[in-house]
Design a protein. Structure first.
Length: 144
């Protein structure tokens, strides 16, 4: 089993859909990193992960807005295809099993002042098989 854990900002507001009688929350998370290339020039790279969270708990959807920071765990899905310029490319997706709001993100009520986990609730997808995936404890629940 391969498990992904990502922390990043939402690139746009989430979309809630009903598919075959089940709810899915679709959102995309971006992680940006700054580095220097071999010549010492500053570069920035963004990695996007398209997320699908199949859940009955759609109450979290109003909080999944552009700029919010989330922590998500789940299983990876990757697709390779040819883009419109006939160049090979791919998409990284994640089937979310656990989701937690980390902070308010850009412009949010918890933005710059919140450097740790917020008191926002976490959401987990029930599983028919036993899974080691658990929600991340809030900052107050950590032993140190």
């Amino acid at each position: 089993m391969i498990k992904l854990q990502i922390v990043g900002n939402l690139g746009k507001d989430c979309i809630v859909k009903e598919v075959n009688g089940k709810n899915v929350i679709n959102f995309s998370v971006v992680h940006s990193e700054k580095f220097k290339d071999n010549q010492g020039n500053p570069k920035e790279r963004a990695t996007w992960v398209e997320c699908a969270y199949w859940t009955d708990k759609t109450g979290v959807a109003p909080y999944l807005t552009r700029g919010k920071t989330v922590y998500a765990e789940g299983y990876p899905e990757a697709d390779a295809y040819m883009n419109k310029d006939n160049q090979p490319t791919g998409t990284l997706r994640m089937r979310v099993m656990s989701l937690q709001l980390v902070s308010g993100g850009a412009g949010g009520e918890n933005s710059a002042q919140n450097t740790g986990a917020s008191s926002a609730p976490s959401y987990s997808q029930p599983s028919s098989t036993s899974s080691p995936i658990a929600s991340v404890p809030a900052a107050d629940d950590l032993p140190f």
